[in-house]
Design a protein around this ligand. Structure first.
Ligand SMILES: Cc1cc2nc3c(=O)[nH]c(=O)nc-3n(C[C@H](O)[C@H](O)[C@H](O)COP(=O)(O)OP(=O)(O)OC[C@H]3O[C@@H](n4cnc5c(N)ncnc54)[C@H](O)[C@@H]3O)c2cc1C
Length: 388
């Protein structure tokens, strides 16, 4: 398809990543078409095709724990529901503490997670060593572990959603950029794209690391800020590591995929503003290799096969932005997922779809609504466990 087949759609979604496609899926399943999804890139060209596939439920805010737990349920069913297997493997997440203060912080996370009914565990250093074979003795005084966290392959998720929404009649137009919106009296009336302008009363901003850009094209001021994050994959190794490992101090994370590669990244040393470059930098390779080898000395002679980068769509409080913009009726935010949109997608977008359908949802607008940033810093709790 090279252009929209209609002049009017019930909903237009900007971005065909996991967030845009999952939102389209729930809307289409509810019979709320016609739906048009536009993406200026190719499938998986955004963060949804560039991430580490981590799916965890260990969070500092209850709302995020609940969204993540529901997403775990959805990913467990994904292969059956979509006929495409994302190889979701519940092999756990270990958070590492290097000192007593970090362990105390993780203990507070554990208390919240356990009180939500999840089998979170506090680890001493010997248990860490059993879960992370070969870990350097000085790498952790302890940590936390949740056996039902896990990892998946992101590409089959995106492909499964793409096939499913098209089978339900949703148009997904790749190579089509959303240029802006049309509105009358503070209400959305259309979306302008490089393939023409279409009429609609609802537009979902699921543009990931470019969500700020698209909001600005719609004349809106938002708090989202894109940052560039790098990640690498080593050559395949004999399987030795089950869980995803995350270090509390600096967000170093790594897991071993089912093909044997170690895949991981490290938070940038300082604010890393977005650039259009999606490549890797020598500085990251040196930092990441050094950090990995210090924590797992046996990796010293392992080759790096690939390294790449992608954009996080960060918010000041670490929570996504979900809901209608109070300054433009019909303009719906489904963005601000930072480094965690893959794991929060199924549950968050189910709620975005319900909002679009006019149904009540169980999200506190002070925690997730776009208006929470109006007038300065939000007053509610922030989600600070932005690691891994
Ligand atoms: C290195 C890295 C590691 C990560 N690791 C994890 C992890 O382990 N677990 C996890 O849950 N999450 C992780 N994430 C985050 C996760 O990948 C994202 O939160 C998620 O993919 C966001 O999905 P999205 O659909 O919002 O954005 P994207 O997948 O980026 O999709 C947005 C799409 O919008 C399109 N677009 C933008 N502007 C326009 C426009 N004007 N017109 C048309 N199209 C437009 C883009 O082309 C893009 O395809 C990681 C991210 C990175 C970068």
């Amino acid at each position: 398809m090279s252009a929209p087949t209609r002049s009017e759609y019930r909903t237009v979604i900007v971005g065909a990543g996991v967030i845009g496609l999952y939102t389209a899926y729930y809307l289409a399943r509810a019979g709320a078409g016609p739906i048009l999804v536009v993406d200026r890139g190719f499938l998986s060209s955004g963060a949804s095709g560039r991430n580490g596939g981590g799916v965890r439920q260990q969070w500092e805010t209850r709302a995020t724990v609940r969204l993540a737990r529901e997403s775990v349920g959805a990913y467990r069913r994904f292969a059956r529901d979509f006929g495409v297997n994302p190889w979701f493997r519940q092999s756990g997440y270990v958070f590492l503490a290097e000192n007593g203060a970090e362990l105390e912080r993780l203990r507070r996370v554990h208390d919240i997670v356990a009180s939500e009914g999840l089998p979170s565990e506090i680890l001493d250093s010997s248990r860490v060593a059993r879960l992370v074979p070969g870990i350097a003795p000085e790498a952790a005084v302890g940590g936390t572990y949740l056996s039902t966290d896990g990892t998946l392959y992101p590409f089959p998720v995106v492909w499964g959603l793409y096939e499913a929404v098209r089978a339900m009649g949703t148009e997904v137009l790749l190579g089509a950029e959303a240029l802006g919106v049309r509105s009358t009296d503070g209400h959305l009336t259309g979306v302008a794209t490089t393939k023409g302008t279409v009429a609609t009363s609802t537009c979902v901003n699921a543009a990931g690391g470019w969500s700020r850009d698209f909001s600005e094209r719609a004349g809106l001021t938002v708090a989202n800020a894109p940052t560039r994050h790098e990640i690498l994959a080593t050559e395949p190794l004999k399987p030795f590591l089950d869980p995803m490992v995350v270090r509390a101090r600096d967000g170093l994370y790594f897991s071993q995929t089912m093909r044997g590669e170690i895949v991981g990244g490290l938070s940038p040393p300082s604010q890393n503003p977005a650039t259009s470059a999606m490549s890797s930098s020598p500085a990251f390779l040196a930092r990441m290799a050094g950090a990995l080898v210090r924590i797992l000395p046996s990796l010293a002679s392992v080759g790096v096969l690939r390294a790449w980068s992608g954009l996080y769509d960060d918010t000041p409080d670490g929570l996504p932005v979900l809901g209608e913009d109070s300054h433009l009726g019909g303009f719906i935010h489904a963005n601000g997922f930072g480094g965690h949109g893959m794991m929060l997608a199924p549950s968050s977008t189910a709620r975005v779809a319900r909002m679009i359908l006019g149904e009540r949802v169980d999200l506190d607008p002070d925690e997730f609504g776009p208006q929470r940033f109006d007038g300065g810093q939000p007053s509610h709790a922030t989600e600070a466990l932005q690691l891994g």
